[in-house]
Write a protein that binds this ligand. Structure first.
Ligand code: PLP
Length: 382
């Protein structure tokens, strides 16, 4: 057969597909940022972010990817020599450790096997050992494995200490329940190229009053990401903001607010459930200890070349999944159901995986995964 047209399907946990309405917002004329017209758009974007973070605290817009917001959190909280605790059970928890070391924290890193979930008691033990800890750095959804950490329970514990609780919700926000104020989380960071359905380029960060006190007293060297500068100018920006991306953010939050935060959690939960049921029906084993709504990670069957199948699906059929990182390269496949995704996107992903696995020598009944997912959707009445 002649070469077929290739349509692209982004099914990796960031960047995620961008709806046309959001893409078009970015094409509007760039206006000057020190104007009431621009400020109105930025305020709309911020209002929406506050709702989506479930906070009344300011949300600051940074010109960076999510890691920039992570760096801002560490740079603004940690003086050299300050005690910090971080949870490392995957690539992104590891990043908290790298950042803490870069800013010379006295770090107690809770190292777990990749894919496992931290137990709230482990945080309590670490805090009991060092009650003068400045900050605890955790991850809502560990994207390298798909594991969800019990943030609500961790917040219950950290509340009783001086420490600031910082949560990397870069992939988890919007897909996975998180209520910043109600749960008592001090700092939440995210990036817009995941649940917000946007092109990359904005990092978001919000801090509680307890955290702002620590931030105001922090003596660490920093400049561009000094949150005091952002607080002083708020809701305006200290530097030139990413103007056209902020247009897109205003559109994104409008679309997300229409769906409501509970609706977003529910949709992502349903997509995840259908995917897990499909994997089970295909005889595949899940990888993560406490898999969530962001992505489903599966162990690659023995007979299949885990690296080749991921690049084959991407380069030949246009379906981009994520493989494993570091020592998990070739061992797991991560199927995202994050952001601009409906039940039929999930079906496409499952079908592509079925066909790909079959092609790479894994014995399965074609349609078994698709059928299982369809049954979940029909039962849910969507
Ligand atoms: C994507 C991701 C990051 C990194 O964000 P960048 O936008 O690539 O800098 C950090 N943490 C988690 C949990 C992520 O999913």
């Amino acid at each position: 057969m002649a070469k077929m047209i290739r349509k692209n399907y982004l099914m990796a946990p960031g960047p995620t597909p961008v709806p046309t309405d959001i893409l078009l917002e970015g094409a509007k004329d760039t206006i000057h940022h020190r104007t009431p017209q621009y400020l109105e758009i930025q305020k709309k974007a911020i209002d929406g972010c506050q709702y989506l973070f479930q906070t009344k605290q300011p949300v600051y817009i940074l010109s960076s990817s999510g890691s920039g917001a992570m760096e801002a959190a560490v740079a603004n909280l940690i003086n050299p020599g300050d005690k910090a605790i971080s949870v490392n059970s995957g690539k992104f928890g590891e990043r908290w450790g790298d950042l803490c070391r870069a800013f010379e924290a006295d770090l107690d890193e809770i190292k777990l096997e990749w894919g496992s979930m931290v137990k709230p008691e482990q945080i309590k033990e670490a805090l009991e050992k060092n009650p003068d800890t400045k900050a605890v750095f955790t991850t809502l959804s560990e994207t390298s494995t798909g594991t969800i950490h019990p943030i609500k329970e961790i917040a219950e514990i950290v509340k009783d200490y001086e420490a600031i609780l910082v949560v990397d919700a870069i992939s988890g926000l919007l897909a996975q329940p998180l209520k910043m104020d109600e749960w008592g989380i001090d700092v939440v960071v995210t990036g817009v190229q995941k649940g917000f359905m946007m092109p990359p380029g904005i990092g978001l960060i919000s801090a509680s009053e307890k955290a702002m006190k620590v931030i105001n007293e922090n003596k660490n060297n920093k400049y561009y990401f000094d949150l005091k500068a952002y607080a002083k100018k708020y809701p305006d920006s200290p530097w030139t903001p990413p103007i056209n991306l902020v247009y897109q953010l205003a559109k994104s939050v409008e679309l997300l607010q229409e769906e409501t935060i509970e609706g977003l959690w529910e949709r992502h939960e349903l997509m995840a459930k259908a995917t897990r049921k499909a994997m089970e029906a295909m005889g595949l084993e899940l990888f993560a200890e406490n898999p969530g709504n962001v992505l489903t990670s599966i162990k690659v069957p023995e007979v299949v070349d885990g690296k080749k199948i991921v690049s084959f699906l991407r380069d030949n059929w246009g379906v981009t999944f994520a493989g494993g990182q570091e020592h998990l390269k070739g061992k797991i496949i991560r199927i995202a159901h994050l952001g601009y995704m409906s039940q039929f996107d999930v079906i496409i992903g499952i079908s592509a995986l079925e066909m790909g696995l079959k092609k790479f020598g894994y014995d399965l009944e074609l349609g078994s995964g698709v059928k299982a997912a369809e049954e979940v959707f029909i039962k849910a009445g969507v």
